[in-house]
Design a protein around this ligand. Structure first.
Ligand SMILES: Cc1cc2nc3c(=O)[nH]c(=O)nc-3n(C[C@H](O)[C@H](O)[C@H](O)COP(=O)(O)OP(=O)(O)OC[C@H]3O[C@@H](n4cnc5c(N)ncnc54)[C@H](O)[C@@H]3O)c2cc1C
Length: 312
């Protein structure tokens, strides 16, 4: 299979822009029918094979000349990969190939994991979200992946297919660096499992992009709060961040502060603690200093919004 690729050539000022049309490197497309078959291909081919789901990250990188897989392995047809299962006691199982639009509009996700639905709805455009999948967002392992803070707040587990048997990993440990995951040769993400969300939980995802919609996050802040009588503040908290470090981050100091107290001073201190948890870099989207300053603002707004809606 091959597709055309255009590349702009540098031209002197005022001269017509030259566009060179080349072709994506040919590759073999395989759609395995069982997890074992998929795993065997991935194990045998190593880095020559790449997994495809929606392709909204993979194909961009192939067309951009960054990667040249010989084999593209489409996992969307494997059993369970497109399934969403919810049970109020056990929680939610999301097949890795469930699309962003399916997550954003699923009634059980809207009712019980609202922050995840909201976060997925911020990804790109409506058309993109019809192809882009939750598993692709996670496995792409971009620190800016919008679904990830919400998945971390809801304590997601990665369910990984391994030829020797299923492997489960807390999602936080899945990320090993920008674009790097804990997946071993022959492994792939099958599903994400979220436990039942805490009773009365309220979640907010605050995203800052260069444009109001359709842009990758300059910063993403997910805040989940829920009533917890055993804590001095009467509440418990989980805070997770995108685009402010080499991997998605948590903010445990801020969570602990809010478990103690939620008055104005405590909220200020928690927002500062979120800022201090960050390790942002300068890149094309923003400077590290801007990210550091803005994450404090977004964290404060998200905490206040959660507090305003907590049922106590
Ligand atoms: C115009 C545009 C706008 C975008 N805006 C956003 C945005 O606002 N927010 C955001 O977070 N992202 C955004 N993205 C990035 C992208 O759309 C998302 O990351 C999307 O969720 C990727 O899912 P996919 O199914 O298309 O992944 P694919 O491109 O199919 O795969 C992504 C990566 O994960 C690997 N992979 C896929 N599935 C598995 C699996 N089951 N097991 C192991 N590895 C796997 C692939 O090999 C590849 O390396 C945007 C992309 C574009 C092109």
């Amino acid at each position: 299979m091959a597709g055309n690729r255009c590349r702009k050539r540098a031209t002197p000022a005022g001269a017509p822009v030259m566009v060179e049309v080349t072709f994506m490197e040919p590759f073999e497309y395989i759609k395995p029918s069982s997890p074992a078959e998929a795993s065997a291909i991935l194990a045998a081919e190593g880095s020559a094979a790449r997994i495809l789901q929606g392709g909204t990250d993979l194909i961009i990188r192939m067309r951009g000349d960054f990667i040249h897989p010989k084999i593209v392995v489409d996992l969307k047809g494997l059993p369970g990969m497109r399934d969403v299962a919810f049970n109020p006691d056990d929680g939610l199982i999301l097949g890795a190939a469930v699309t962003m639009n399916e997550v954003a509009t699923h009634p059980a996700i809207l009712a019980h994991y609202r922050m995840l639905a909201d976060a997925c709805e911020t990804v790109g455009s409506y058309q993109l979200r019809n192809r882009a999948t939750i598993g692709g967002n996670v496995c792409n392992a971009s620190p800016a992946g919008d679904s990830i803070p919400a998945l971390l707040c809801y304590d997601a587990t990665a369910v990984i297919y391994n030829p020797a048997g299923e492997r489960r990993l807390p999602l936080f440990d899945f990320f090993r660096g920008p674009g790097k995951t804990d997946l071993k040769p022959g492994e792939f993400l099958q599903a994400l499992e979220l436990p039942a969300s805490p009773a009365g939980a309220v979640g907010i995802y605050n995203k800052l992009g260069r444009t109001k919609v359709g842009d990758i996050a300059v910063i993403g802040v997910g805040v989940l709060g829920w009533p917890q009588r055993s804590n001095p503040s009467g509440s418990a908290w989980r805070i997770a961040l995108a685009s402010v470090g080499p991997t998605p981050l948590l903010a445990p100091t801020a969570e602990a502060l809010l478990a103690q107290e939620t008055d104005d001073l405590a909220v200020d201190a928690a927002a500062a603690a979120v800022m201090n948890a960050c390790r942002p870099i300068d890149d094309v989207r923003a400077s590290g200093a801007y990210r550091q300053a803005m994450v404090r603002v977004l964290a404060r707004r998200a905490i206040e919004a959660v507090l305003a809606h907590l049922p106590f």
